[in-house]
Design a protein around this ligand. Structure first.
Ligand SMILES: Nc1ncnc2c1ncn2[C@@H]1O[C@H](COP(=O)(O)OP(=O)(O)OP(=O)(O)O)[C@@H](O)[C@H]1O
Length: 254
């Protein structure tokens, strides 16, 4: 049984069908990439999943919990965590303070039974472990806004990991990165494999093909095809969408 399932999801913006009866399944521990040309509806789908938009129809289920209709914090409680295209860090605070805030926000019942004097070291340890997880253990005292772009994106991932998600949504984690930082981010995402399921929205095809167990191709709001990297690479309609003319792309989704 899949960990995460989207079925018949629809979102309209006026006359525009931005999400056209989308079905999507992510297995536990799987990295599932969502690709598609500009305007295909990737961000809209991610916004529906995370709760920024309300769907017009369809269901979104994570580990048996129906997410559609739940406020964002309830979705986080259900096991969903999201990294944003624009980083959500506190730029004037240190890396440690960013992580402490995130750790505290998600500590929930795990700290309730500790005395206050024991809770603080426990939070510091969570913050340290999160920094280590993303390769920022040596940067804890640095002001987050002064970190290089690649390190800020890593911090963003660490903040999302603080929620200990079952499903991590990564929205263009390589955006604005040079080849070296992209390579490092690919390694980081690879290191998360198995600990949680990941839904990866990314334009960097090298990273997508290196990481994804399965890929769904979105075109004009619809899933054109879903499959492993070999299936997607060899799919003539996908090639038409990416390499062909607009007409071919329209035919591909017809
Ligand atoms: N809030 C909105 N109001 C009206 N139309 C919208 C809104 N958000 C997105 N759209 C439209 O929905 C369609 C899908 O856009 P979306 O941003 O989801 O695509 P995308 O695949 O994420 O594109 P990109 O790769 O460029 O980020 C586009 O035609 C876009 O103009």
């Amino acid at each position: 049984m899949s960990l995460f399932k989207v079925a018949g999801l629809v979102k309209r913006f006026g006359a525009l069908l931005a999400t056209d009866h989308v079905d999507l399944e992510v297995q536990a521990g799987e990295i599932h990439a969502l690709i598609g040309p500009n305007g295909a509806g990737k961000s809209t789908l991610v916004n529906l999943i995370s709760g920024l938009h309300a769907p017009d129809a369809g269901s979104i289920v994570l580990d048996g919990v129906a997410l559609a209709g739940l406020p964002m914090h309830k979705r986080v409680e259900a096991g969903l965590s999201r990294c944003f295209q624009i980083t959500s860090i506190f730029r004037d605070a240190t890396v440690r303070d960013n992580l402490l805030l995130a750790a505290q926000a998600h500590a929930g019942s795990s700290l309730r039974f500790l005395r206050p004097r024991d809770a603080e070291p426990a939070l510091f340890e969570v913050a340290r472990a999160l920094a280590e997880r993303v390769g920022l253990a040596g940067q804890l005292e640095r002001i987050a806004g002064a970190l290089p772009h690649g390190a800020q994106r890593k911090l963003d991932v660490a903040l999302a990991l603080a929620a200990r998600p079952k499903l991590l949504l990564l929205d263009e984690p390589m955006a604005g990165m040079g080849p070296e930082d992209s390579e490092r981010m690919t390694e980081l995402i690879h290191s998360l494999r198995g600990d949680m399921a990941i839904l990866l929205i990314e334009h960097d095809m090298k990273a997508v093909f290196a990481l994804a167990d399965r890929i769904s191709v979105l075109v004009y709001g619809r899933v054109l095809v879903a499959g492993d990297a070999a299936t997607i690479k060899g799919h003539p309609q996908v090639q038409a969408v990416y390499l062909g003319t607009e007409d071919e792309a329209v035919e591909a989704t017809a």
